[in-house]
Design a protein around this ligand. Sequence first.
Ligand code: SF4
Ligand code: ZN
Ligand code: ZN
Length: 273
Amino acid sequence: MKCKNCSRQVLINDYCKDCFIKYFEKEFRKGLGNLKGKSLCIAVSGGKDSLTTLYLTKKFYPENKILALLIDEGIHGYRHGTIKSLRKYAVEWGIPYKILKFKKPLDSMNPKRPCSVCGVLRRYYLNKHARVFNVLILGHNLDDEAQSTLMNVFMRYASRFNRMTVKQVTHELFVKRVKPMRYLSEREVMAYFLLKGFNTSMRECPYARSSFRDVVRKSLNDFEYKHSGTKLSIIKTYDSLGIINNPVNLGSCNACGEPSSNEVCKACMILKG
Ligand code: SF4
Ligand code: ZN
Ligand code: ZN
C-alpha cells in the first residue's frame, strides 16, 4: 500500500515514515497553540509520552523558558529507569529539569487505592511548583483523556469534567494547562517515539493493574478494536458539551490555601491522615 501523501510504502495511519512524522508534529504544534513569550513548565515522568512532549515543545519553542518537572512518587523499582532517561535527554536537548519527591514515598503510605492517592498528590505538587510559570504542559494522550472522561462518568464526578479541559478552572493559584497530545493516540505517540530513535524504560507501575483505570483502559481498547474511532468520539463528544464546559471557580483549602473544591483539599487530608 502507498502512503496517502507520496508514493512510498505505508507504515502507519496510511502514511509512510516521513509523512507520519510530519503529520504527528503538525498535530502536536496545533495542540500547543500560541505560547510565544510564555514560560513553560512541562510535567515529565521520563516515559515516552512526556519525553515526546518535552522534545517537541523545545523544538517549537526553542527560545522560551522551559523547565521539565518530574515528581518521584516513591514506588520501589519503578521510577529510576525513567529518571535516567529524563536526565539523559534533558542534557542532550539542553532543557533544565527538577526532580521532586513525595514527602512520604507512596509505598510507605500503603494506601488502599494507590492510584487515587498518587494522582491527588502528583497534581498537588505539580500545580504548586509550576505556579511560577505561565503554563503547565501535560503529555496526556488521547487514550489517557478518553479513559479519564469515562472514569468520571462511571464515578459520577461531574465536577471533574470541567477540570479536564485546558482553560476551565479559575483560581489565582491554578496554573493554566495545555495538553498538546489530547487528540493523538497512545499508538501514534509510541510510533513517533520509536521512529525518532528515542528509548526509555517501558516498565509498568506495580500498582497499575489493580487500578480502576486499567479496567476502563482494557474495555476501551476492546471497543476501539471493534469500533475504530471510539476514543476520539468520546473526547469530541465531551468537547461539544458546551453546557457543562463553563468555567469552574475553585475555592481555597482552609489548611494550605491551595485551590480546592472542598474546605480541606484532598492532598491535606492524605498528608495529615
Ligand atoms: Fe501512580 Fe497509579 Fe500511575 Fe502507579 S499506576 S504511577 S500508582 S497513578
Ligand atoms: Zn509519504
Ligand atoms: Zn490543602
